[in-house]
Design a protein around this ligand. Structure first.
Ligand code: GDP
Ligand code: MG
Length: 162
């Protein structure tokens, strides 16, 4: 059975961009408008000979309205189907209260959680990682999904147990 990884995080951090890079498709809608990905997208990808499934989800919100609650349910369902989570945050905007909220909720899942700091193309990895270490997550990666930077090393680490 191929491992499945769920991409979660607040809106606009680059989840759909990463999904497209990992699956080499343009299936997920990438937009400046937050929360455009209303439903789950499932795609298949590979690094070398390692194949995997990846699920793109809508953003996890702090204060859900009716539609956002649905997105949250989709995201939690995706996590329950997954063997690992790619928890995406935005390195340019820095750590937010919503990120802390999501990190707290992810702790209840007994699967590896990878903290993926995106939009890091012009940032110093050590500096940006230091700020996000406050979330208390062990696996921290810095990437730029838009510039396809850091993706191979991220996925080698994510796939290592499988
Ligand atoms: P989602 O809401 O989390 O799915 O985010 P999207 O994938 O739709 O991306 C939101 C915005 O961030 C878009 O304008 C993307 O082009 C942009 N973006 C995604 N990845 C990167 C990145 O690595 N660097 C920069 N600078 N922008 C990015
Ligand atoms: Mg999206």
């Amino acid at each position: 059975m191929l491992p499945t990884f769920a991409i979660v995080g607040r809106p606009n951090v680059g989840k759909s961009t990463l999904f497209n890079v990992l699956t080499k498709t343009r299936n997920a809608i990438v937009a400046n408008e937050p929360s455009l990905t209303r439903d789950r997208q499932v795609g298949r990808g590979h690094i070398g000979t390692h194949d995997y499934w990846v699920i793109d989800t809508g953003g996890l919100e702090g204060e859900p309205d009716a539609m956002n609650e649905l997105i949250t349910q989709h995201a939690w369902l995706a996590i329950q189907e997954a063997q690992g989570v790619l928890f995406l945050v935005d390195g340019r905007s820095g750590l937010t209260a919503v990120d802390e909220n999501i990190a707290g909720q992810l702790r209840r899942f007994n699967i590896p959680i990878h903290l993926v700091i995106n939009k890091a193309e012009n940032l110093l990895p050590e500096l940006v990682s230091a700020e996000f270490q406050l979330l208390g997550l062990e696996n921290i990666h810095t990437i730029s999904a838009a510039h396809r930077w850091g993706i191979d090393s991220l996925m080698e680490s994510v796939l290592a147990p499988f």
